[in-house]
Design a protein around this ligand. Structure first.
Ligand code: RBF
Length: 183
């Protein structure tokens, strides 16, 4: 893929992902610091359509923009970015080895599990620091942390599975047209 095409796709999808992050809402009232937003979906699409590094770039751009535009909470954004980076890179690397539907599904399932396990570990360190509370608080939140990450990345995987083909066909032909006209 040409550099122009990569740049156009990363720019468009980073903008869409940043806007999507504004839709965030808590899934569990008991652990309302964990907020679902669909912004990893555009990043996962880019990881499949371009490559995992481009997907990771979309995650980092939207998190940096969202931090300055709305959030202001460096720990929350860092946790969101860590989860997103792990999720889109594992799924993307597995898919790019052999680009089949079965590999995409395998990539997303494995990635959801790996991201959930890593985020449990990160939360064990971060929750006591963030809430300035004893380690017991992490144990209290543990079922919600596991469920949140499994739900979040399963929804992202399922939606990507449903829309990927149409979006990638559209973007590949659309960007080709832009490149052709600019020659
Ligand atoms: N986001 C995740 O996707 N998975 C997590 O496990 C996760 N843990 C978090 C733990 C703490 C203490 C905080 C403050 C945020 C965490 N986030 C996590 C990010 C959160 O869901 C939200 O996206 C950000 O706070 C941005 O509003």
């Amino acid at each position: 893929m040409s550099r122009t095409k990569r740049t156009v796709i990363m720019g468009v999808f980073s903008a869409v992902a940043t806007i999507m992050m504004y839709l965030e809402f808590p899934i569990f009232p008991q652990a309302d610091f964990l907020k679902y937003d669909p912004s990893e979906i555009p990043a996962l699409i880019v990881s499949f359509m371009v490559d995992p590094l481009a997907g990771v770039t979309v995650i980092l751009v939207k998190d940096i923009l969202f931090f300055f535009l709305k959030s202001g909470d460096p720990i929350g954004i860092a946790m969101n970015a860590a989860a997103g980076v792990i999720f889109v890179s594992i799924a993307g690397v597995i898919y790019h080895r052999r680009k089949t539907k079965a590999r995409a599904i395998k990539g997303m399932v494995l990635s959801t599990i790996c991201t959930t396990c890593t985020l449990v570990g990160l939360n064990a360190l971060v929750v006591p620091l963030y809430f300035k509370a004893p380690f017991d608080l992490f144990l209290k939140f543990l079922p919600f942390i596991i469920a949140f990450n499994l739900i979040k990345f399963s929804i992202d995987s399922f939606v990507t599975f449903l829309v990927y083909k149409r979006i990638s066909v559209f973007f590949k032909s659309e960007v080709k047209e832009v490149e052709r006209r600019s020659i």
